[in-house]
Design a protein around this ligand. Structure first.
Ligand code: HAM
Length: 426
């Protein structure tokens, strides 16, 4: 029987993991420059944490969650996103309160039972941030700027920031009524999901991807035309802030996000290099969620970047960092006594921070040399019976093919590039 990775998941193999490390390190670096601190929450949460926050009428809650009962019959769900989990953790650990500005970030896997396709997996990874405790529109602009800066640092091009406002508790009912009024004539021609959304949450209709629904959606009223004065002013100031920061952006009045908790600012960063799943980052404000999850009213904003999509773009641009892996030193040995010495030298090398290895498969000298070449060893030190007698052996530089006789005792100083006594950096 041949085992395969579950549908919609993939293995990140050693040749690709250096690219993942680079992306994750860049995210952490930028987040920390902007004064965010890391939070790690469990991979699964009580199902309620997600159903309430993300919304009953969303695709995620309706059909995409990995939900199961544990042995005591408690309903648990693999996290489909991290925002709700961070709110839960922040409230449980008193990190979130109205007068404390909490800036948190996370990097990790998320799980959604979606139909796998390019840029869409069932296990995928996000790097994201959440800030709690400020209504300042300049914070919205700064959060968007941070995502753009991150992509710039990674060298991603052809990206566009799309932004919209979905209003607040006060203006959303007015807009909902305007949408129901607009769609009531044609809803019978639209897909089953839209029919349900019409009743439950007409704003979600704007998010429908069905081709035959698009002509009706195109002309539907836009949330930004129905904002109350406060939301309108907030939106204008976010746009102004983006302008001041020099962040190129486009107002997309059809942009509604796939999760229900958003208020006011909603944004995505989209790439022209991706297909249908073109958002590399999505986020927005969610000023009511903390209260809805049992905390004191605390405004919040955040985003999450889809790391698989970033990997895809960097690969398409052939901008993958060298997958080459190498070590500093390989010790090839002939005979038991030599192996014992080699084994000790490898241990000493590692203690000094020199990456080193030795054969563990009883290979011939020729095969050991081949192995050293394959694993990209910079130097090979070759020890046999003769070498034991003289306590020195040949050190071969595999890059230049130069060879030099080095005493056992001097090997590590040589390979580790020991400091010169005169204080120069030889
Ligand atoms: P989201 O739009 O559902 O938002 O996901 C954010 C990003 O995750 C997407 O733009 C996409 O790049 C990536 N993504 C989502 N689903 C998949 C998938 N199945 N396969 C591959 N990549 C995927 C959220 O998750 C919110 N929690 C973002 C947020 C944080 N809003 C406020 N704070």
């Amino acid at each position: 029987m041949k085992y395969q990775a579950p549908r919609g998941t993939h293995d990140i193999l050693p040749d690709e993991s250096s690219l993942w490390q680079l992306i994750e390190e860049t995210c952490r670096e930028i987040f920390e420059i902007f004064n965010y601190r890391e939070i790690r929450t469990p991979i699964f949460e009580a199902t309620d944490v997600f159903t309430r926050s993300i919304g009953d009428s969303t695709d995620i809650v309706k059909k995409e969650m990995y939900t199961f009962l544990d042995r005591k019959g408690r309903s648990l769900t693999l996290r489909p996103e991290a925002t709700a989990a961070v709110v839960r953790a922040g409230l449980e650990n008193n990190l979130i309160s109205p007068d404390n500005l909490a800036k948190l970030y996370y990097v990790g896997p998320m799980f959604r039972y979606e139909r796998p396709q390019a840029g869409r997996q069932r296990q995928f990874h996000q790097a994201g941030v959440e800030v709690f405790g400020s209504v300042d529109p300049l914070l919205d602009a700064e959060v968007i700027q941070m995502s753009v800066k991150l992509f710039e640092n990674l060298g991603l091009k052809d990206l566009e920031v799309e932004i919209n406002s979905v209003g607040c508790k006060k203006c959303q009912p007015v807009f909902r009524a305007a949408l129901q009024n607009y769609f009531k004539e044609n809803i019978k021609h639209m897909c089953e999901d839209c029919k349900q959304r019409f009743e439950l949450n007409p704003l979600r209709i704007l998010d429908c991807k069905e081709a035959h629904c698009q002509p009706y959606i195109e002309k539907a009223p836009a949330p930004i035309d129905h904002l109350d004065a406060e939301c309108k002013e907030h939106f204008d100031r976010v746009i102004g802030g983006l302008g001041d920061l020099g962040i190129r952006h486009k107002v997309n009045d059809r942009l509604v996000r796939g999760l229900d908790y958003y208020t006011k600012t909603a944004f995505e960063v989209v790439s022209k290099q991706l297909g249908a799943q073109n958002a590399v980052c999505g986020g927005g404000r969610y000023d009511d969620l903390v209260e809805e999850m049992g905390g004191k009213p605390t405004p919040a904003i955040g985003f999450a970047i889809g790391l698989e999509r970033v990997v895809e773009i960097l690969k398409a641009e052939s901008r993958t960092p060298k997958a080459e892996h190498g070590i500093d030193l390989f010790i090839a040995t002939m005979g038991e006594a030599a192996r014992k010495i080699g084994y000790d030298l490898v241990a000493q090398a590692r203690d000094k921070g020199v990456s080193a290895d030795i054969d563990y498969q009883g290979k011939s000298l020729k095969s050991q040399m081949k192995l050293a070449d394959r694993i990209g060893a910079h130097f090979v030190y070759i020890i046999g019976e003769e070498e034991i007698k003289k306590r020195s052996a040949v050190l071969k530089d595999m890059k230049t093919a130069e060879q030099e006789e080095i005493a056992f005792d001097d090997l590590l100083t040589d390979v580790a590039g020991g400091e010169c006594e005169c204080g120069c950096d030889h």
